[in-house]
Design a protein around this ligand. Structure first.
Ligand SMILES: [Zn+2]
Length: 198
């Protein structure tokens, strides 16, 4: 009780803000307010087979995929853009972990956990990671693995070159570019025995 009152008192002077809508958080809320949790633009793509969701269609004729998932819809100047900004540019690594946990728990509830062996985040180039201090995808992957009760391995993939900017390439060149950029670090390691390494 005392701790909660103290927390509220500190909150009056330095209010903790919801990272999505920037409104003050209430006691018990972390990173996201209850309103945002209820109203973020969730895609619910996990409820659709790949051929029926927009991300899945991008893989047509390129790669066979079982699931194509995306947690949130990006809305310019919206709450998701605020979250991404905090995660990538304001040092709020915890945002990624928290969102991952929420999404992982949701996927698990939908019965998808058994479909995955290992959560592998896309690596950042070491230079970029050194500048930011962390890989935001690894933070999300850690949370996702926790929510799904699976392992994540942030060292399974290695970036071989510094990716030249994607925006100046056409779609085919972009696929080609990405295909040569990553290598599996240890192809013989069994996925199920891999431990969580953030
Ligand atoms: Zn909010």
């Amino acid at each position: 009780m005392l701790r909660s009152l103290w927390g509220d008192f500190v909150g009056l002077i330095f209010p903790r803000l919801c990272l999505a809508c920037r409104e003050p958080l209430m006691t018990g809320e972390n990173h996201l307010c209850t309103g945002c949790r209820a109203e973020l633009p969730y895609t619910d793509f996990h409820l659709l087979p790949p051929e029926q969701n927009p991300i899945g269609r991008r893989f047509w004729g390129k790669l066979p995929v079982r699931h194509t998932l995306s947690y949130l819809r990006f809305v310019r100047h919206g709450r998701v853009q605020n979250l991404l900004h905090e995660l990538k540019y304001q040092g709020q690594r915890d945002v990624g972990t928290a969102l991952g946990q929420l999404y992982g728990a949701e996927l698990r509830t939908a019965g998808l956990a058994a479909d995955f062996d290992l959560i592998v985040p896309v690596p950042l180039h070491p230079r970029k990671q050194a500048k930011r201090g962390y890989n935001q995808a690894a933070a999300f992957a850690n949370g996702l693995a926790e929510g799904l009760q699976l392992s994540s391995n942030a060292t399974a993939l290695r970036r071989t070159t510094h990716t030249s900017t994607q925006t100046q390439k056409n779609r085919a060149q972009r696929w080609e570019n990405v295909a040569t950029v990553f290598e599996v670090e240890n192809p013989t390691e069994p996925a199920r025995s891999a431990h969580s390494r953030g």
